[in-house]
Design a protein around this ligand. Structure first.
Ligand code: AP5
Length: 226
């Protein structure tokens, strides 16, 4: 499947953006750009960026737009993004969405394809506190809904499964508040431009993947390329 534009997955923490982005990016053959993963990597490597953003992420607050935009601009300049990419967790504020619009226009990309993974708060706490992530390859599990074959060990590469520091009930509350305040308004921003699709993300992971696969295929069909 060829892709020639940016795809954006919106949705609250725990909606399944990362889980689905891995699958759909693989299907489309484009890089999966998760600002959360990039910043966690910087934290674990102890870089200056990591030292700046670590405490903010730990509190469940949003990192400043300036830092996020600088990181994204650098990443988008890499050759693997030339045919498009899939954003997960970005943009998250109106200034980030406007900044991305300017970058896409400069790069000759058309309107992004934006998908809102919609799910009620009642499911999110269980998903987030049950999440475990492979410390080697980043595969995402869930102790309730998607456990590994061997407790604590990744099925794919044998890596140790770890719990994210911001997946505690207290921090999740802050993250959900930040989503409601700063990110949810982006659905209207994109809906008003006619580029927003909404997918029910309260159902099973495979059902969501099927719905997303159809959206991506339809968008590709209309334009000759996605
Ligand atoms: P980030 O890493 O982006 O986290 P998030 O948006 O809070 O989203 P999550 O990764 O928690 O959830 P997800 O939707 O990807 O769900 P997942 O697929 O893992 O951001 C972390 C922090 O970084 C932010 O708080 C902020 O500080 C900072 N940050 C990042 N980007 C930023 C930006 N642009 N601007 C400013 N600050 C930024 O699934 C969750 C769990 O549910 C898994 O266990 C999974 O197995 C399970 N699951 C998934 N789908 C289903 C399903 N359908 N049914 C049952 N279980 C499911």
């Amino acid at each position: 499947m060829a892709i020639r534009r940016a795809v954006i997955f919106l949705g609250p923490p725990g909606a399944g953006k990362g889980t689905q982005a891995k699958r759909i990016a693989r299907l489309c053959g484009v890089p999966h750009l998760s600002t959360g993963d990039m910043m966690r990597d910087a934290v674990s490597r102890g870089t200056d960026l990591g030292k700046a953003v670590g405490p903010i992420m730990q509190r469940g607050e949003l990192v400043s737009d300036d830092l996020v935009m600088k990181m994204i601009e650098e990443r988008l300049a890499q050759p693997d993004c030339a045919a498009g990419c899939l954003f997960d967790g970005f943009p998250r504020t109106l200034p980030q969405a406007e900044g991305l619009d300017r970058i896409l226009e400069r790069s000759g990309f058309g309107e992004p394809l934006v998908v809102d993974l919609a799910v009620g708060d009642d499911k999110l706490l269980r998903r987030l506190t049950g999440r475990r992530t492979c410390s080697v390859g980043g595969e995402i599990y869930n102790v309730y809904d998607l456990p590994p074959k061997v407790n604590g060990i990744c099925d794919n590469d044998g890596g140790k499964l770890v719990q994210r520091a911001d997946d505690t009930a207290e921090v999740v509350k802050q993250r959900l508040a930040a989503y409601e305040r700063a990110t949810k308004p982006l659905t209207e921003y994109y809906r008003s431009r006619g580029v927003l699709q909404v997918v029910d993300a309260s159902v099973s992971m495979d059902e969501i993947s099927r719905a997303l696969g159809e959206i991506v295929k339809c968008a590709e069909g209309r334009n000759g390329h996605l």
